[in-house]
Write a protein that binds this ligand. Structure first.
Ligand code: TR5
Length: 130
C-alpha cells in the first residue's frame, strides 16, 4: 500500500516520535516475560492472556500500526511474521495451529499504538472473532 501527502508525513512523525509502554519494554525500562529477541524484533508474553499461549511480537522500531507501515518497512514486517512462526514452534503450537492477529485502530480495539502481532494458541478458537 502506498501512502501519499499528509499520510506519509504523519507516518514518518509517528516513527520518529512515537513512544508507548512497549517502547519501555524494548528499552528494558519495565519488565516483561521475553520469549524471543533479535536485532529487530521482540516477543513477550501478554500481561492479560486470552489463551494458554499469548505472545506479542513487536518491531523494535515503533511503527504505530499496520496502517502506518511504509514500503521501506516491508522487510521488517516479514521478520515479524517469521518471528511469530518461530515463537509458535517453540511454544508448541505448530501441530494444533494458532492465530496471528494484529488490531488496527478503534474498531479493532487497538489499545497500544505500537504495531504488534498477537500469537494466540493452546485452545480452540471460533471464527469470525467478536
Ligand atoms: O488491544 P491491542 O491489540 O492493542 O493489544 C495490546 C495488548 O497489550 C493487550 O493484549 C494487552 O493485554 C497487552 N499489554 C498491555 C500492557 C502490557 C501488555 N502485555 C505485556 N506487558 C504489558 N505491560 C507491562 N503494560 C501494559 N499496559
Amino acid at each position: 500500500m502506498l501512502l501519499f501527502g499528509d499520510n506519509l508525513m504523519s507516518a514518518s512523525l509517528d516513527k520518529v516520535g512515537g513512544d508507548t509502554i512497549f517502547g519501555k519494554i524494548i528499552r528494558k525500562e519495565i519488565s516483561a516475560q521475553i520469549v524471543y529477541e533479535d536485532d529487530d524484533v521482540l516477543g513477550f508474553r501478554d500481561i492479560n492472556p486470552v489463551a494458554p499461549v499469548h505472545v506479542l511480537v513487536i518491531p523494535k522500531t515503533p511503527i504505530q500500526s499496520v496502517a502506518h507501515a511504509l514500503e521501506g518497512d516491508a522487510l521488517l514486517l516479514g521478520k515479524l511474521l517469521v518471528a511469530a512462526a518461530k515463537i509458535a514452534r517453540t511454544e508448541g503450537l505448530q501441530e494444533d495451529g494458532y492465530r496471528v492477529v494484529t488490531n488496527v485502530g478503534a474498531n479493532a480495539g487497538q489499545s497500544v499504538f505500537h504495531l504488534h502481532l498477537h500469537v494466540i494458541g493452546g485452545r480452540g478458537m471460533s471464527w469470525p472473532p467478536g
